[in-house]
Design a protein around this ligand. Structure first.
Ligand code: GLN
Ligand code: ZN
Length: 757
């Protein structure tokens, strides 16, 4: 059996790409220097895979920002507004990724969306009736040639035609099917070109095949590939799927003339059954995704060998592969200097997963794998209990009853009590929590971590920042203030560090979008709260102002979803353990005089199972109750806010209302207005703050632009339920753009009030 991976992280072991890109954005380096850094990362990744013994190495898994955006440029699906800026190609690309405001014009970025059920985000391609898809770009060919020059014949990776057409947003009257012929022609040409260049394999990523497919979807998929794969070429084509199983189109996948099919045997509940029940075509290679591309635990060789052995009875040619791209795990354990060996032996990041693939290959070639050192060591890791359980936590959770999960009195009564208590103006203004994490904040945190700054000095630095932030918000005229989250590096990692049961890493960065990386903490054992985590900062901030100060917490589902979860207990069990800890914090904040508490569930939507039939049982049935448990103990006059980073919850709108928060803020500025219609149609009860501008871009929205957004929202949301806020936290922004943006936001809210009175 050969080995392969679907893709490797492109940020660099030490986030070199992020730092170089940001320098480029600031004008500190030129395109050539950025390209040099990118080239070094690619070469390093290629050589690492080669020296780790990977047989089929991918290329074009690299991207300056996002692979879907790359594909849009490859196929010339680039809206005119970016082309018309007249910028060099790389800058046009970044304009579409990040928006552009400067000498050449003023355009917003493309919409950004969660990549399936991960915390990665892709840029949504925009296709209008005048778009003609055609093979335009050369990046996959250039990177193939570059790798060949380095002595490695790679397998180029491109987002497949079906997935690309499904992910695009159609601005005109044409639909995906109307662009199918163009797409098919472009992909055929792409394969021809690789044929010419002498590639052995091309990998077309088709994760959309693991979602629920309608008859029309299947038809689109089949007709695309009948055309793309027509004719004779030497180059072999791999249909690579991930994030689930392909139950709706397995038969079609087998029938089409692909040379290889890649299946996810980790997340794909039915993948193994599909192969074993239906068999696997003799003329195709099965790329078996058995090494988890989404989690950091060591592979269990015994279990994996069992799967591979069973597959072997059905498929003649198997390549041992990962369940998805390794983009979703950190690069290497080599830079984790602070983790103990005892802990590290349980972990495998991307580089170590290469070693696992190599081990597995060796084990499949050995008569009695059980006798090998690799096997024995691995079996030992998985045999013992990794860490002690916390029986007190487990008992508390086991004793919960339904009434523990319900806040009283009911929403309407609370709303009345709270309106009276806070006496806020119409369209109250607020922010989502964090303020710009400026260089001084990062420097102080770093100095504190390395011991250069004492705890006392660090704390007084944070207090100084809080005081400045409160004063700034009062000057801007916001109604509900925040403390700015200066004590936090990250909304999940911070809590991970405060909670018992968590392990935090030093360099385990994973790309979230563009140059933004996150460092998910690891749930190692049972979770509990040793001491208050945020109370001192919120109480200090409240002491500086008469306006309400929002306490700021991250909710249990998001903490869980943005951590590397355990694989030895259920997600539900972990969620309730975290909920118990956050609930204790909520009650402590309330006792400390904090009257409004926001519990962010930024990531609640992203782990909604991809298939509708799994939504309730596998997820919502425990996720929503876990959130309710966090706040069910507060007094009626305490206002609970929540925040979500997207507004794609039309299908679960009742569940969102069922979280029973008093106010919810969410992203609405980059997407269309459908969510407003859905809120209206469902008589959404919770008060809402749909973001009035996009914080993912450095662009400053004008007062008129925001006023227009409020005006639109008023048509769907009763004025007394509408809040005005940016669409997410401001930590990634600079002060330069934040202050004018917020001033415009407050100005627009005042205008809206004046109009009503
Ligand atoms: N309160 C967090 C912040 O403002 C929320 C961030 C998020 O939703 N991703 O940073
Ligand atoms: Zn957000």
């Amino acid at each position: 059996m050969n080995t392969a991976i679907i893709g490797y992280p492109r940020i660099g072991d030490l986030r070199e790409l992020k730092f170089a890109s940001e320098k480029y954005f600031r004008g500190e380096i030129d395109a050539e220097e950025l390209e040099r850094t990118a080239g070094q990362i690619r070469l390093y990744n290629l050589q690492l895979q080669a020296s780790s013994g990977i047989d089929l190495i991918p290329s074009n898994d690299f991207s300056y920002y996002d692979g879907v955006l790359d594909t849009a440029f490859l196929l010339d699906a680039v809206p005119d507004r970016y082309k018309q800026l007249g910028l060099p190609e790389l800058d046009t690309y970044f304009a579409a990724a990040r928006g552009y405001q400067g000498g050449s014009g003023d355009v917003k970025a493309l919409a950004m969306k969660k990549w399936y059920n991960t915390n990665y985000h892709y840029m949504v391609p925009e296709i209008d009736d005048s778009t003609v898809l055609k093979l335009k770009g050369t990046k996959p060919f250039d990177l193939f040639a570059e790798a060949l020059e380095a002595g490695i014949k790679t397998r180029p990776v491109i987002i497949g035609a079906y997935t690309f057409l499904k992910l695009a947003r159609y601005k005109g009257s044409k639909t995906a099917a109307d662009h199918a012929d163009e797409a098919a022609a472009a992909y055929s040409q792409l394969l021809d070109k690789f044929d010419e260049l002498g590639a052995e394999w091309v990998q077309l990523d088709e994760p959309s095949l693991v979602k629920d497919m309608t008859a029309e979807d299947i038809q689109l998929f089949v007709s695309l590939y009948e055309k793309i794969l027509a004719g004779s070429r030497k180059v072999k084509v791999l249909a690579q799927t991930y994030f689930g199983d392909v139950r709706d189109c397995y038969a079609e996948l087998c029938k089409l003339p692909f040379d290889g099919i890649g299946l996810d045997l980790v997340e794909g509940k039915l993948s193994r059954e599909l192969v074993c029940r239906n068999g696997f075509p003799k003329d195709k290679v099965l790329f078996a995704g058995v090494v988890n591309g989404k989690n950091i635990w060591r592979n269990n060789y015994a279990k994996t060998l069992e799967i591979l052995n069973e597959l072997k009875t059905k498929a003649d040619d198997i390549v041992i592969s990962t369940s998805c791209s390794l983009l979703h795990v950190p690069c290497t354990l080599a830079n984790e200097s602070k983790l103990s060996d005892e802990v590290k032996q349980h972990f495998a990041y991307a580089a170590e997963k290469l070693g696992e693939l190599n081990d597995l290959k060796k084990l499949t070639e050995t008569d009695i794998p059980e006798n090998t050192e690799e096997y024995k060591h691995n079996a030992k890791l998985h045999s013992g209990v990794r860490s002690g359980a916390n029986p007190a936590v487990r008992e508390k959770i086991a004793a919960l009853t339904d009434s523990d999960l319900v806040r009283l009195p009911a929403f309407a009564e609370r709303e009345k009590i709270q309106k009276e208590r806070f006496a806020l103006p119409l369209f109250p203004t607020t922010t989502i929590g964090s303020f710009p994490q400026t260089a001084d904040v990062k420097a102080a945190r770093k100095a504190f971590r390395t011991g250069e700054l004492s705890a006392a000095d660090y704390e007084s630095f944070v207090e100084k920042k809080i005081a400045e932030c409160v004063a700034l918000q009062e000057e801007i005229g916001l109604d509900v203030l925040v403390h700015g989250e200066y004590e936090r590096n990250d909304m999940v990692e911070y809590f991970g560090e405060c909670l018992d049961g968590y392990i935090f890493t030093e360099k385990a960065w994973v790309q979230s979008y563009g140059t933004r990386c996150v460092k998910p903490p690891v749930i190692w054992g049972d979770i509990s709260r040793a001491k208050p985590m945020t109370v001192r900062w919120s109480a200090y901030a409240q002491s500086l102002t008469d306006k309400p100060m929002k306490g700021m917490l991250t909710g249990p589902v998001t903490i869980l979803n943005w951590s590397f979860p355990r694989e030895d207990i259920s997600l539900k069990e972990s969620a309730f353990q975290i909920a118990q800890a956050i609930r204790e914090e909520v009650l402590d904040l309330e006792a400390a005089g904090i009257s409004i508490i926001q519990v962010d569930e930024a990531a609640l939507r992203e782990k909604l199972p991809l298939r509708r039939s799994d939504w309730r049982e596998d997820y919502l049935d425990w996720a929503i109750p876990a959130f309710r448990y966090v706040h069910s103990g507060v007094r009626p006059e305490t206002q609970i806010h929540t925040h979500m980073c997207y507004s794609e919850f039309a299908d679960i709108i009742k569940d969102i209302d069922d979280m029973d928060a008093d106010v919810i803020t969410f992203e609405a500025s980059r997407s269309d207005l459908t969510i407003l219609e859905v809120l209206k149609a469902n008589d959404f009860r919770t008060e809402v703050g749909p973001g009035v501008y996009d914080i993912h871009s450095p662009r400053v929205p004008s007062e008129d632009e925001i006023a227009a957004a409020i005006e639109k929202m008023k048509a769907y949301i009763p004025a007394e339920k509408l809040w005005v806020n940016p669409d997410c936290g401001l930590k990634t922004r600079g002060t330069e753009e934040t202050v004018p943006s917020l001033k415009n936001l407050v100005g627009a809210a005042r205008k809206a009030r004046a109009e009503l009175s």
